[in-house]
Design a protein around this ligand. Structure first.
Ligand code: ATP
Ligand code: MG
Length: 244
């Protein structure tokens, strides 16, 4: 594995119990350090399943996944401090305030109270949620919850961040705040792996994308090169063609 790779996946398969086809079907893929990578596909394509295997939440049926040249199956303990995970479903406790949630998650990562406070201070301004820290999650809008969900995965400043559909179902302002923040994190050197079915968003954000259809990777590369090669107008059109 090259030193510059953040992720190397070879011949990955995942078949859920009682399923009639694999959710991930022979996926091989490499992501370089510093990439803003988009894993794209329609509902049910296998994006969340792939992401869950990559960050060690579920086990694959077969195949190999290495993060920073460490095996996810056997070296997860060493990998965990380097990665952050922002799930599609909210990870936050609804009855706790945002601050209480962040303090809890910071503690899970083994951070000192002071470190947690510094991280919160740094992120609340950029994400425009400073006034909401003492509000209970249950009383927040989707866009507010998304921003705190994101913060919870970033408290320990991971080298590699996994995000599952971070901007779905929220208003354009919240979307833009999150996008700008992710761009900045990537500029600072964080490798970002994000899943989406929002093709226009992925096209502007990502330097590398892969398109999955029914568990299989149909193409991967730089969005502009893929679009040019296929002779189509944009990523949206490319994906529509691939899904036919
Ligand atoms: N826990 C599970 N048990 C059984 N089947 C599952 C499970 N989770 C997902 N699947 C199935 O695996 C396939 C891939 O699902 P997955 O959630 O990975 O897709 P996705 O691309 O993330 O979709 P979405 O855009 O809707 O989030 C689907 O057919 C889904 O029904
Ligand atoms: Mg999903």
């Amino acid at each position: 594995m090259s030193k510059d790779l953040a992720i190397e996946i070879s011949h990955l398969f995942k078949t859920y119990r009682d399923a009639d086809r694999p959710a991930v079907n022979d996926l091989s893929l490499s992501v370089e350090q510093g990439d803003f990578f988009g894993l794209l596909g329609a509902n049910g394509a296998g994006k969340t399943t792939t992401l869950s295997i990559l960050c060690g939440l579920i086990k694959s049926s077969s195949g190999e996944v290495r993060l920073f040249d460490k095996d996810v199956n056997t070296q997860l303990k060493e990998i965990k401090p380097m990665i952050g995970v922002v799930p599609q479903e909210y990870a936050l406790y609804p009855e706790l305030t945002a601050l209480e949630n962040l303090q809890f998650f910071g503690g899970v990562y083994g951070l000192e109270k002071k470190q947690i406070a510094e991280q919160i201070e740094g992120m609340t301004d950029i994400l425009q949620v400073k006034d909401l820290l003492n509000k209970r999650i249950a009383r927040m809008s989707g866009g507010e919850k998304r921003r705190f969900n994101l913060m919870a995965g970033l408290l320990h400043r991971p080298k590699l961040l996994f995000l599952d559909e971070p901007t779905v179902g929220i208003d354009v302002k919240s979307q833009q705040i999150i996008i700008d923040f992710l761009r900045e994190l990537n500029r600072e050197g964080m490798t970002i792996i994000y899943t989406s079915h929002l093709m226009a968003e992925a096209e502007t954000l990502c330097n590398h994308v892969a398109v999955m259809v029914q568990g299989r990777k149909l193409c991967d590369g730089c969005p502009s090169a893929l679009v040019a090669e296929a002779g189509v107008a944009n990523l949206h059109e490319l994906c529509l063609n691939l899904m036919k």
